[in-house]
Design a protein around this ligand. Sequence first.
Ligand SMILES: Cc1cc2nc3c(=O)[nH]c(=O)nc-3n(C[C@H](O)[C@H](O)[C@H](O)COP(=O)(O)OP(=O)(O)OC[C@H]3O[C@@H](n4cnc5c(N)ncnc54)[C@H](O)[C@@H]3O)c2cc1C
Length: 441
Amino acid sequence: MTQFTPYWWQDQPQYRNTEAPPAKVDYVVVGAGFTGLSAALTLAEAGCQVIVLDSEAIGFGASTRNGGMLGSGHKMSVADAQKHYGPTIAAQLHCEANASLDFTKKLILNQNIDCDLHTCGRLRTAWTPQDYTAMAAANAGLQKIQPFAARMVPPDEMAEHIDTKLYFGGLLYKDHASVQPKKLHQGLLELALHAGVKVFGEQPVIAVKPQLNGFNIRTKGQNIHCQQVLMATNGYTQPSVSMFLAKRVMPVPSFIIVTEELGKNRVQALLPGGHCMVETRQRFCYYRATPCGKRIMFGSRAALHAITPQQALNSLTTKLTEVFPSLQNTKISHCWTGFTGFSFSKLPNIGCHNGIYHAMGYGGNGVAMAPYLGHKAALKMLHPEQQFSVFEQTPLQRRIYHHGSTWYMPAASAWYRTRDWWDNRQRTKALSALNQKSDSL
Ligand SMILES: Cc1cc2nc3c(=O)[nH]c(=O)nc-3n(C[C@H](O)[C@H](O)[C@H](O)COP(=O)(O)OP(=O)(O)OC[C@H]3O[C@@H](n4cnc5c(N)ncnc54)[C@H](O)[C@@H]3O)c2cc1C
């Protein structure tokens, strides 16, 4: 029987704090995911009194639901970054994407966080020959800005990395890694608690209102006075609490399944490279072995709007067997969903609106970026006059059709299906050209 909760939650501790939050504190962080906990840790280490409030059980959000793929990066190409922000900022965006990976890996290693960190590399697989060419050009451009460990994997080498005939080569990021996200979250939580942070679950923040010398934070049962607030709610931001942020960060769901135990040998035969895998197609799939090496975790955008994991299961298993036909009759042990926070600029942002700070908009690339920007947001709150990150210069944008609800997502899904159809035409053409070539040999 498939369980509709995250595989990562199985046999893991659940933190609960039965105390009531204090009536007065220096800093309140709203949201207890990677961003909120990392920010709180930095603030507490600077000697501040900090509490973190989450509306759900601690670890409810994307931070414990994700694929555990630890990588650098964001959703904007270097060409687009240069066009929108100019060459200097574009270069800084690339360098800070790399810095976020470095930061989170060092945090795990230096603090001995037990989260199954494995530098297995990530292979971005080309869905069309055009994707391969574009990736090669983008990689060459980025290497000139700041070299990093990545190389192209030509199509005839793909069998060494994956047992499928689907892709036209790929780009291998050698320093990218995998983690067990719930364990990483637990490790960050323990560090924050140890530094003196108080963390409260099931304490939804209902309103944040300016007050003399700070803010009044209204929760279900009480008012809390604080000097500063950080919104770390990302894909779970509610319009009723911050219309400003809800109008600028879209909640986009992602869906994951995990297979039953297949055995180490079978998983290794399917993924001989042992990497995390991410496709270039529009509604892309991402997959990896679980830390025990006996199962495959497989994620995709089954829909761009919220549907239940029960509704998503069929579409995910179809995609899994498209990649690995031999898994046709494999049972699925877990299936779940979670919300990523997408900004319209396609970049994360640290900012401050009406005195309320925020760090969010990671667009599905937050395992390294969220702890990093949580830390940077905390530094900004401590020293507002200084600049700590290029992501202070990537303001959250608005779109005329988005007022906080994603009514247009079914139409967006149809648009992406059309783009996939177009890419599939290019694939079919390329495949028939390849077949003709091999017939004539
Ligand atoms: C299915 C899935 C797969 C993903 N895979 C990857 C991956 O492999 N690699 C990668 O880099 N990234 C991935 N991501 C993205 C990554 O998980 C997120 O970017 C990151 O976890 C965001 O962390 P966060 O702390 O900002 O937000 P979250 O972890 O989502 O935390 C936000 C918290 O805010 C709380 N909250 C909201 N409103 C209130 C309120 N009013 N009062 C109190 N609390 C509130 C919520 O309950 C929630 O716990 C994935 C995301 C999903 C959903």
